[in-house]
Design a protein around this ligand. Structure first.
Ligand SMILES: [Fe+2]
Length: 138
């Protein structure tokens, strides 16, 4: 068990993230919760692996997949998370939202011009697909 590990109950669908390691077993609906492995290199990568990139203004943006992941009622990215190593930012998404997370600190769009460094301290990202599980950036 490690900090940030994500566990899912295969009976009711509850999903939890570990924020402090105690050592006990996580149980839900009478059975152990299942650790969600962080996938990165296997099949499905092109639609699931978070990519840390920059938008047209230079703000860091996390996209999910090199091909946009579907955002339909029964299959979508539930959340995207970006981390500096010390600090984590998570955006919850709904079907029809764009599967991306902007790290710009400006309100109503980036006003930093060419010198934007918003989000430049992001070192990793994760995304959770309701059908295909947890994915991690390079
Ligand atoms: Fe998926």
């Amino acid at each position: 068990m490690e900090i940030d590990n994500v566990y899912k109950c295969e009976v009711c669908g509850n999903i939890v993230e570990l924020v402090h390691v105690g050592g006990g077993e996580l149980v839900c609906c009478g059975q152990p919760m299942k650790l969600q492995e962080e996938k990165s290199g296997e099949e499905g990568t092109e639609k699931h692996k978070p990519v840390i990139t920059k938008d047209e203004k230079g703000c860091v943006i996390v996209k999910v997949g090199s091909v946009d992941h579907p955002m339909e009622e029964d299959h979508y990215i539930e959340w995207i998370e970006a981390s500096t190593g010390e600090k984590t930012i998570r955006k919850y998404l709904s079907p029809k939202d764009k599967p991306e997370l902007s790290l710009c600190d400006c309100v109503d769009g980036c006003k930093c011009g060419d010198d934007c460094s918003c989000g430049s301290n992001i070192v990793s990202a994760r995304a959770y697909c309701n059908k295909h599980g947890l994915w991690k950036s390079d």
